[in-house]
Design a protein around this ligand. Structure first.
Ligand code: FAD
Length: 279
């Protein structure tokens, strides 16, 4: 199918882009186009205007500091994945990004776009949620920071207003004594996960003091479960808060089975990761 007709704007400054979004009802941001263009072609989205942000300056950074990794709206998944400094400061970024789609899609798709797209089957929304990161957004009304816990409103729905542009995402650094791990099961590497699981643990003197697990493809929104008090059976604690569903790719029962198998495995990997970092 072909998209419904739309106007196309390619502003050269953020101010122009924000004014265009504010001035056109039904206008939408176009970043890497890896999710939006298929939706247009299938006529599942029909914006009046596309505001292409690819010509905006100063949004392509992957900036690493003691606090963590700040990713600009035009940084492609591949650029984030290629940053050794980013992987050192927050190893879960590279662990998860290597499972995001295929190389050609990672070359064009943006990490920030994936967060705004808010697909519960995508890896990076869950990673942002697990790491308790945030997204900075701008509009003609000013700027605000949205914590990850408030970013995901529903299936494919973020809490950005129609006239807001996400300019940067912040993934906090991995603290001393903490460890992370990620595993997913997909039909083929690069396909969306049937189930993906990430773990973040904090340790003190070898003891786990906090353990949280994030899940991909088992709910309508990215879900993180605190399993600090359920380390003897973390999968059951997690399943109590998840809503695995049937679809054409897997049954709900199979997804629940994957949660049971992967959750303890990934938690153990994260504890090993925390111990290995101390050596
Ligand atoms: P776009 O497609 O340009 O936009 C997506 C949505 O976000 C639109 O609504 C747009 O308006 C909005 N948006 C984008 N950027 C901004 C911004 N800065 N501010 C405000 N709104 C914004 N993803 C995965 O996570 N895992 C996978 O396994 C995976 N597999 C894929 C397989 C295929 C075949 C394809 C085509 C895509 C796959 N993707 C996967 C999606 C891919 O990661 C996209 O890059 C990502 O979902 C969206 O990023 P984008 O830059 O392409 O956004």
């Amino acid at each position: 199918m072909k998209p419904a007709p739309f106007a196309y704007l390619r502003p050269a400054t953020l101010e122009e882009a924000l004014a265009a979004l504010a001035g056109q009802q039904g206008a939408k941001v176009l970043a890497g186009g890896q999710s939006l263009v298929p939706l247009l072609s299938m006529r599942l989205a029909a914006p009046s205007t596309l505001v292409d942000i690819n010509a905006l300056p100063d949004l392509s950074h992957v900036a690493v500091s003691d606090d963590g990794v700040r990713i600009g709206a035009l940084a492609r998944h591949a650029e984030v994945l290629a940053s050794r400094e980013a992987a050192e400061r927050q190893p879960l970024l590279a662990m998860a990004l290597s499972h995001v789609a295929h190389a050609t899609i990672r070359n064009r798709g943006t990490t920030v776009g994936s967060l705004v797209h808010a697909d519960a089957a995508a890896e990076m929304p869950m990673v942002l949620r697990l790491l308790e990161g945030s997204v900075d957004v701008a509009s003609v009304r000013g700027r605000r920071t949205i914590p990850a816990a408030e970013l995901f409103a529903g299936p494919l729905e973020s809490t950005l207003a129609q006239d807001e542009i996400a300019v940067e995402a912040c993934f906090p650094a991995l603290a001393p004594g903490a460890g992370v791990a990620f595993q997913e099961i997909a039909r083929r590497h690069g396909d969306y996960a049937l189930v993906g699981v990430a773990a973040h643990v904090e340790t003190d003197g070898g003891e786990v003091t906090r353990a949280r697990v994030g899940f991909v493809s088992v709910s309508d929104v990215p879900v993180v479960v605190d399993v600090t008090d359920s380390l003897d059976d973390p999968a059951s604690a997690a399943l109590a808060e998840l809503e695995p569903a049937d679809d054409i790719h897997a049954t709900a029962a199979y997804r629940a089975h994957l949660v049971k198998v992967l959750t303890p495995r990934v938690l153990a990997d994260a504890v090993h990761h925390a111990r290995d970092r101390k050596k």
